[in-house]
Design a protein around this ligand. Structure first.
Ligand code: GAL
Length: 340
């Protein structure tokens, strides 16, 4: 081999290696950018949900990679100990149309609950046909967090239509499903003991909202949702209540309305309780309907308290999972460009 060529090859492989190393450790969350997992691939966990088992967080979401077999719907699973570095654990669902819903059937917004009594991981998801008329939840279960999940059944929670779903686990461990019941608003309902059913309605919030998410913070419940504009971003809003039953306050903006929630849609609120402080993360999707695999995420720590909630302007930030503290990170132009 020509020495010059050899030299070029060496330089190239060194660059390749350093990109790989970089992709493996990142102590920064860059809202709206490509978010590489530990293999350097953009995280595919859209409309997702997160649970914590021991010290490990699991992130489940819609797997929308390019080139997937369109006969199936996929749910991915990632794990992390710090919420910044994520390891792909595989597609825990690869399902073909379980209820004969026809071409372009829909499996969206998967949320996994861990049941301590049965030791089962119970996944809820929005199951629908192409016109969104089926309006049910589906359930799949697994003995392990990283699958495989087996389909069990579909139903309308407490007999109601259900489209976008959200998950909420209260500080006392009680599990709730948030679901959009289009004719009326959105409902928050408690799961049955074994999580295999929805048992008791806590409230019907009479606001037409989806992407519903809830957090319990300093004695108040905060709920967030988006308007019904599909994948087009809109100004998301919040409301508070002293108990899940309500009364819920009027909805107010969570960000400057002209930004349409910085182009994102709410998915979940993550509560990080550290030794020094508690940080609530707003977890949202930046949908790209034409290039779904390239859909991004906006995660931002909230300004929250005393009935007020606000998403600060999205900029790179870092989280200390032990103390619960977060701060903005200054990055040079090169780093920013690489991830756009
Ligand atoms: C959004 C919803 C998403 C997806 C999308 C399809 O309103 O939140 O989960 O269903 O519509 O248009």
């Amino acid at each position: 081999m020509h020495t010059l060529f050899k030299h070029q090859l060496l330089v190239l492989s060194l660059i390749w290696l350093s990109i790989g190393v970089f992709a493996q450790k990142q102590n920064v969350i860059r809202p709206g950018d490509i978010w590489p997992d530990e293999d350097g691939k953009h995280i595919q966990a859209h409309g997702g949900g997160i649970i914590k088992i021991g010290k490990t967080y699991y992130w489940y979401g819609e797997e929308r990679s390019k080139g997937l077999d369109t006969n199936y719907r996929y749910v991915s699973c990632y794990s992390s100990k710090d919420l910044m570095n994520w390891k792909f654990r595989g597609d825990v669902v690869k399902m073909s149309d379980p209820e004969n819903l026809g071409r372009r059937w829909v499996l969206e917004r998967p949320k996994v609950f861990y049941n301590k009594r049965t030791k089962k991981y119970v996944m809820y998801f929005h199951l629908d046909n192409s016109t969104y008329k089926f309006a049910r939840v589906g359930i799949a279960v697994s003995d392990k967090p990283d699958g495989q999940f087996t389909y069990v059944k579909s139903f309308r929670p407490l007999g109601h239509e259900s489209r976008d779903i959200g998950q909420f686990i209260d500080d006392d461990g009680t599990a709730y499903l948030v679901f959009e019941d289009r004719p009326f608003g959105f409902r928050i309902a408690r799961l049955a003991d074994d999580y295999m059913d929805v048992e008791k309605e806590m409230t019907l919030v009479k606001a037409h909202m989806e992407g519903g998410a809830i957090v319990h913070y300093q004695g108040l419940y905060y709920s967030i949702g988006s308007a019904l504009t599909g994948w087009k971003a809109n100004p998301n809003k919040y409301s508070t209540a002293p108990t899940l039953e309500g009364p819920w306050t009027e909805f107010k903006d969570i960000a400057p309305p002209e930004t349409n929630t910085y182009g994102s849609q709410s998915t979940m609120l993550i509560k990080v309780v550290g030794k020094k402080t508690t940080t609530i993360i707003f977890m949202a999707d930046v949908w790209k309907p034409g290039t779904q695999w390239d859909s991004r995420y906006i995660w931002m720590p909230l300004k929250i308290g005393e009935g007020k909630l606000w998403v600060p302007e999205p900029k790179p930030w870092t989280l200390n999972i032990k103390t619960g503290e977060w701060k903005y990170v200054q990055e040079n132009a090169g780093e920013q460009k690489k991830n756009n």
